[in-house]
Each structure stands twice: as structure tokens, then as C-alpha cells.
Design a protein around this ligand. Structure first.
Ligand code: FES
Length: 352
């Protein structure tokens, strides 16, 4: 039954607010006020028996909550802590924990459900429109504030005692400098450390699993190997900082599959070396797809095409992975032909 079906005299009195009032848009006020939709009375507002039913439902829920609380206390007192029961589909669990959880949950749920039902069906159902007031203060208030300010300035003799005024401004202007000086405690400036890694010309590529220098003949087509620069040992104090920049992955492609001219020049017989540090936010890249030559960063799924200069083909990374130029020494070991030509990882770009 809706309020449209109820005789007018049975409906509760409206409380002085306009429903559905619509201002017409004009030049001064280009947005029409859509007003409120017509108010629908609840069945409990117009039928005392329905209101009584709601009252009994709310009372029932609150009574259930009381019983659950009593059950909680009784469970705590009577159930031994070492008794277990089988509860499908959880399995064997502590009977005491099960009873405490169940009764406590029921007690809280019934209080909440009773309160919600009470509010939705029996509490006052009046929609109130609150007019928006102008934010600007009234001219009287502004004039008073201005007059108070002038009076305060006169009483403090700020205009007359120029020495005090000027030294006060000087003190206020200098004070923030103490915070700037404290920035020094953040540590030494990074200078150009972000631009360089532990790689340099002639450094051998050392397999991170075996800790042995890598021969070109050891790298099979389709394999993915992680390497570090010769001389960088895990026992070094700066190992973590250095490897965070210098970690490199080695992949062997068929030379004919390499599309990028510079990539081909910087590779050796199809072996390419790329920074392992994702250019998004610096996660280590670890997933390689042999067929497509794509590597995937597990953090946010940035995908790089190793056959095409490691350019980004998917995901949030903004830059291709930097390539390390490599060659082979007379003994057949892979070696770096210099450092990376650009900063690795994301930090440099984020700052730029
Ligand atoms: S860190 Fe690699 S995709 Fe976000």
C-alpha cells in the first residue's frame, strides 16, 4: 500500500518543507533546483498495526541479542577449552571458540539489525532541506574585523615603532632557514651515483647462481640468465645498493629475430644483456616468454619486447629497459664494453 492509496486525512502532517520545488533557471542562476521528489509515506506511518509489528520485530531482535549474550557467558563458563567439534566445511575446531564466536556475532548482529529496522520503519521519516548560506561574511562583520585589526595595530604601535617591526619581520623571515639547514641530516647528496653502476669496460659477466664468469657458449637460445659484474660479492658492504642498479639479465635470441639495429650492435651473436630493474617502480623482472621474447615485470605487469630494444609493449612502465653493451674476451667469456648508457630503474625519470 502506498501513500497515494490513503485518504488525505489519514496522512501525517507535512513538516513545513517543500517537496518537488523547482526553481527556473535564469541568467543569474543558470542551474535549476530540481527540488526533492514527492515524499512517500511508509506503511508504518499510516497503519498503526504495521507500526506495532515493526516494534515487535525490533524488540525480538534485541531479545535475541540478550539471549546470545547470556549464551556467550554460559559457553565461556561451561565449555572446556580442549573440547573440539567437527563443523562442516571448516573441519575440527575448538568448541569453545566456535561457541564464543557464534554467540558474540549473534549478539552484535541482532543489536545492529534491530537498530537499523527501528530507524527504517519507526523513527521520524522527515526530509529536511537546509538552505545553503552565503560563505562571505556580512558587511557588518567584515567592517568589525577590519576595525579590530586596525585597533590592534594601533595599540601595538607596530607602525610607530619601526625598529621592532623590522626586526620582527627579519626574525620571521629567517626562522624557516633552521628547517632548511636540518635537511642536511638526510645524508650526503646522491651526486651522479644514480647515473653509474658497477659495470665498466672489461668486467666479466658473472652468473648469479654459480658465481662463475659466463662463456658465450654457455648461453643457450631461449634461456634467461641473471648476471652481476665481476668483483661484486655478496659479502661487500655495498652489495645490495650496487646490485639494485647493476643486476642484468642475459637472453640469447636468434640474431635474425633482433629488430632493433642498436640492440644488434650491442649484442654478441644473439646474446643481449638488459637491466633487470623495471623502469616503472624498480621491481626485478623475472618472467621470460621464449616464443615472443617478452619479459614481464611481476609487480604491475609491464611487458618489454627484448627483440625490439626492450621497448614497453604493455603496462605502466614509461621507458625501455637500458641495454648493456657486451662482447667476448679472447678466452670466450662475456664481458661488458662499458657501463649502461643511461640511468637504470625508475628513480632518475621520476625526478626528471
Ligand atoms: S615495477 Fe614493474 S611494472 Fe611496476
Amino acid at each position: 500500500m502506498s501513500s497515494q492509496d490513503i485518504p488525505e486525512e489519514n496522512l501525517p502532517a507535512e513538516q513545513g518543507h517543500a517537496h518537488g520545488a523547482v526553481d527556473v533557471a535564469d541568467e543569474q542562476n543558470p542551474f535549476a533546483d530540481p527540488g526533492l521528489p514527492p515524499h512517500e509515506h511508509r506503511i508504518q506511518d499510516i497503519d498503526e498495526r504495521a507500526a506495532k509489528r515493526s516494534e515487535r520485530t525490533v524488540a525480538f531482535l534485541f531479545t535475541l541479542s540478550m539471549l546470545a549474550t547470556v549464551g556467550f557467558i554460559a559457553s565461556y563458563v561451561t565449555i572446556p577449552p580442549d573440547r573440539s567439534i567437527f563443523v562442516f566445511p571448516i573441519g575440527h575446531i575448538s568448541a569453545l571458540n566456535f561457541a564464543l564466536g557464534l554467540t558474540l556475532g549473534a549478539a552484535l548482529f541482532c543489536i545492529g539489525a534491530g537498530a537499523v529496522h527501528w530507524a527504517r520503519t519507526l523513527m521520524s521519516d522527515v526530509e529536511v532541506a537546509d538552505e545553503r548560506h552565503p560563505i562571505q561574511a556580512s558587511p557588518e562583520v567584515r567592517a568589525k574585523v577590519f576595525a579590530d585589526f586596525k585597533e590592534g595595530a594601533t595599540e601595538s604601535a607596530l607602525g610607530r615603532r619601526k625598529l621592532i617591526r623590522n626586526t620582527m619581520f627579519g626574525a620571521l623571515a629567517l626562522f624557516p632557514l633552521s628547517g632548511v639547514v636540518l635537511l642536511r641530516d638526510l645524508g650526503p647528496l646522491p651526486e651522479d651515483k644514480m647515473r653509474h653502476t658497477a659495470w665498466s669496460k672489461g668486467k666479466l659477466l658473472v652468473n648469479m647462481n654459480t658465481n662463475q664468469p659466463l662463456r658465450a657458449s654457455d648461453v643457450a637460445v631461449g634461456s634467461l640468465t641473471f648476471v652481476k659484474p665481476e668483483g661484486l660479492e655478496e659479502t661487500d658492504e655495498e652489495f645490495q645498493n650496487e646490485i639494485a642498479k647493476a643486476a642484468v639479465m642475459i637472453v640469447r635470441l636468434q640474431p635474425d629475430d633482433i629488430k632493433d639495429k642498436q640492440e644488434l650492435e650491442w649484442s654478441h651473436d644473439g646474446i643481449v644483456a638488459y637491466s633487470k630493474i623495471c623502469t616503472h617502480v624498480g621491481c626485478p623482472i623475472s618472467l621470460y616468454e621464449q616464443q615472443t621474447h617478452h619479459v614481464l615485470c611481476p609487480c604491475h605487469q609491464s611487458t618489454f619486447d627484448l627483440s625490439d630494444g626492450a621497448r614497453v609493449i604493455f603496462g605502466p612502465a614509461g621507458h625501455a629497459l637500458p641495454q648493456l653493451r657486451i662482447g667476448v674476451n679472447p678466452e670466450g667469456y662475456l664481458e661488458a664494453l662499458g657501463d649502461f648508457a643511461e640511468p637504470v630503474g625508475p628513480a632518475f625519470w621520476e625526478r626528471g
